[in-house]
Design a protein around this ligand. Sequence first.
Ligand code: TEU
Length: 544
Amino acid sequence: MAVTDWKKSVVYQIYPKSFNDTTGNGQGDINGIIDKLDYLKLLGIDYIWLTPVYRSPMNDNGYDISDYYEINPEFGTKADFKHLLDEAHARGIKIMSDIVINHTSTHHHWFVESRRSKDNPYRDYYIWKDGKGGPPTNWESKFGGNAWHYDEATDQYYLRLFDVTQADLNWENDAVRREIYDMINYWIDFGMDGFRFDVINLISKGAYENSPKEGKEFYTDGPKVHDYLHEMNRATFGNKEGFMTVGEMSSTTLEHCIKYTKPERQELSSVFNFHHLKVDYKDGEKWSEMPYDFIELKKILFSWQTGIAAGGGWNAIFWCNHDQPRVVSRFGDDSTEENRIRSAKMLAITLHFLQGTPYIYQGEEIGMTNLYLEDISQYRDVESLNAYPIMLKKGISEAQAIRILQQKSRDNSRSPVQWDGSLNAGFTTGTPWIDVTSNYEAINVEAALADQESVFYTYQKLIQLRHELDILTYGSIVPALIEHPQLFAYRREYEGQQVTVIANFSNETVEWPESFNIAGKILINNYKTVGQKLQPYQAVAILK
Ligand code: TEU
């Protein structure tokens, strides 16, 4: 049953390049998604978030768009895309597409023009500055190196917060904003049901000054970002009933996220923030080795849960996406098959009872693990390939750098979806663009569907519960046992009802805390029974 209230919906993220290949070229495509819609219907999701399928040189797998109005031929045609929308809609599934408007590819014709001369009409579509005996400021790119790239043709630098082939757009320019709103309206008319906006809180740059750190403070949640989002809302999707938007917010704050999502401000419906996914960064450094800090993980998630609710905003809730390692390898336990299954279910239960819109990343629903590539030649991700030499330069050994990539690389979640136990996990008949995870013979969709006890059916059940029980959408959240070293626990409360969630994040049995009354109806449990003690990775939700 399709839900009518967008707040009750569950989103499934598809990274098309790794989803399902129907042409044999080793890369997934739009027709491959159509072929799997019945599977997604069985899972029960409401929306698909499709990462970018527009024309792109694919240096950053589509986050470098060279034409917003065309589909990348590697993925299919516009007719295929229309077909996908129709087939999804016929099954009650909506589609949110990804809009990347902080930057374009340097192959975009705007940039090709812009770089030609200082007086080109497209010059001010991007951010060009004179050097100061070197780059204009010391800001660092998110993908390593200085954020300014020198261009000989006009002896100036352009800003690129990501790869050198991703030039930041100049939102100060009215013409740029108009072009963007026209493009968004084009896709709304095409039949889109929602959008995910890439790094949307970086669009408003403040002063171009040197920073004591990497420069984030000058462009994160910048001075005009709320004005721009409000303007965009009014000019595009704002009056479309039930249209869902989610903004990806880099290094943002709770205060800003309340503003981005408070309905009366007319900006966005919901936000992703990443603070809870930095609990395994040593001193804030992603490329480091550190066991994750469990108590910190809870504290961050809870502060966003209660904070957003108090401010009247709305969270997107998630463990994984195409930029993150696989959650079962990160906060769960993939060391044995038994622990993998238990901990994948535990993580699902812990997340899906929180408040906000839950996101499931392709393969998460069968408990896919990290890819664990062993040699740098096997890596494909531009961020990882930029980071590797930087790590070596810092004195990190090759062996340690690979160990770090095995934990943190974005390629971990970009390996092909494991459909069955046949060659290449049933993803392609050709050579996959990136290696298939070696455990595909045991972990795959076909095997998961055949086993009523598989991780898949836990996700299916959780989606059903979200649709059925209003308390999961509207209930307030009451964190519990925050300092407990092994248990993740909270309550939801709504109209006299209470749901209690308790999960054991450890591989040991743990005493049931005295303050926890277990009377009530068990909504879900990843073990057969509930006893005096919580079993390793046990997670239970109880309704009273
Ligand atoms: O990601 C934004 C971002 O800053 C991170 O999540 C990032 O990918 C980084 O790896 C964290 O270490 C978005 C997209 O999701 C990502 O795939 C793109 O590469 C990026 O924007 C640029 O468009």
